[in-house]
Design a protein. Sequence first.
Length: 190
Amino acid sequence: MATKLLQVPTFRDQYVRYLDTITRFITLPDSIFPRIDELHDLITPAAIADPFRTLDYGYTVQDFHDGFDQTVDFHTPYGIKPFLGLRADSTLQQIAGVLTGTTNPEAPPHVVVVYPNPASDRLYIHTAPAFSTGQLTATLFDATGRPVSTSQWMATSAPYEWLLGDLPEGCYVLKLMSGSKVLIIKIVKS
């Protein structure tokens, strides 16, 4: 049923928008880790003062601190940060699968995800380390092949936000380059 729903462009676009929002504002490490660190600092005094902490599986204060970054025991196989990192990667793979039509769960992890497409005022470009860990150059070409916009940035774990400004509506080709790697993606500005 999900596959059939995602074949409907309106539903597919809404699905991608929801996943995009979840990833950028909730699970993407650059978005959520600073807030987790703030909360960790905020609740540490209460965790230290809790006289019942050791009665719950014998957890120590060090276990409390470790639980943010690493495995504590058999029933918590991830710390909260690695868990959220995995969720972000999984979500980006889902977005890539929807945008490329790849629904095979055994498919290799995404290399580049560009969303939303169609785009209105901004485009997000997320690159995996498999594509680039250095400088990226992106050029948008109009339907006649004329370059209309170029942008350069350093690859990070966060998606790059490219403001499309007053580009007219229409079809474009995005050429993304990193060293000798080149990727061509069709983009629609609506």
